[in-house]
Design a protein around this ligand. Sequence first.
Ligand code: S0N
Length: 276
Amino acid sequence: MTAIQWQTVQTYDDIIFQRAEGIARISINRPEVHNAFRPKTTFELIDAFSRAREDPEVGVILFTGEGGRAFCSGGDQRVRGHGGYVGEDNVPRLNVTDLHKLIRSIPKPVIALVAGWAIGGGHVLHVICDLTIAAENARFGQTGPKVGSFDGGFGAIQLARNVGQKKAREIWYLCRQYDAREALEMGLVNAVVPLEDLEAEGVRWAKQILKMSPIAIRMLKSAFNAELDGMVGITELAHNANMLFYMTDEAKEGRNAFLEKREPAYSDFSKFPRRP
Ligand code: S0N
């Protein structure tokens, strides 16, 4: 298999955003701090994920970190201020919440490729992704209670869905670190591969997904989320049903009747069956 030829889509300071063969590759590029994120990193990630979402050529997104020693080490503790992480505008914020929601709802599978550390808020990022492939050098864990932080959102709730309540509580309460083999055993990751094979394996999984029906994959992601995401999850599933309904002649009859200013009762739905 020839190596994939990534093309840069957009240039950023803290991340790399590339695309090739229907796959987007978004990578945190701050290896000097194990790919910790500052507000700027998160804003750039939100921008890249949004572009990948809107790009009809992209069917799968690979999310990774540069350097081979870390996926992400969470929030950059050097800029943690009073009430959030402080950016160039001097405002403390937790804009990572918006990134979580975006990865969660983007109607395309997001695969985390984890080499080295996935820790703290960096661990949460891989938990939110649809799938995780780990390199043999990967190490996983939460640090919140050690460093005065916690994530009671997806970082706790989705984690418990992935590995079970007891294990999730252990991960958070004890702040231990787990190697790739332990992560696989507890269902925290989908596969473990040698470091040098990580990206190729991610591309292989992505290409397999790309052969599938995009709408089937979209509906499945939305259904997996809906069970957990309450009204927001049901709304996404319902709006996906809208998308499908808009593709029918029945829905188009309603639009046509309005545009044609038909009177007196606009639409004629009589020819459409009332299915059992
Ligand atoms: C990852 C660790 C264990 C690696 O240890 P190792 O291999 O000994 O390397 P170090 O020498 O420690 O690290 C190399 C250089 O990288 C710097 N660095 C590492 N992590 C960070 C970081 N998070 N912030 C800033 N710098 C970092 C080191 O300082 C070192 O630099 P130099 O060489 O200059 O000294 C180890 O590094 C470690 O434990 N790191 C910290 C992990 C951590 O506690 N992360 C923060 C946890 N909290 C969050 O992420 C909160 C996130 C958040 O914003 C949030 C808030 C509310 C709700 C949700 C979230 C969410 O994101 O989920």
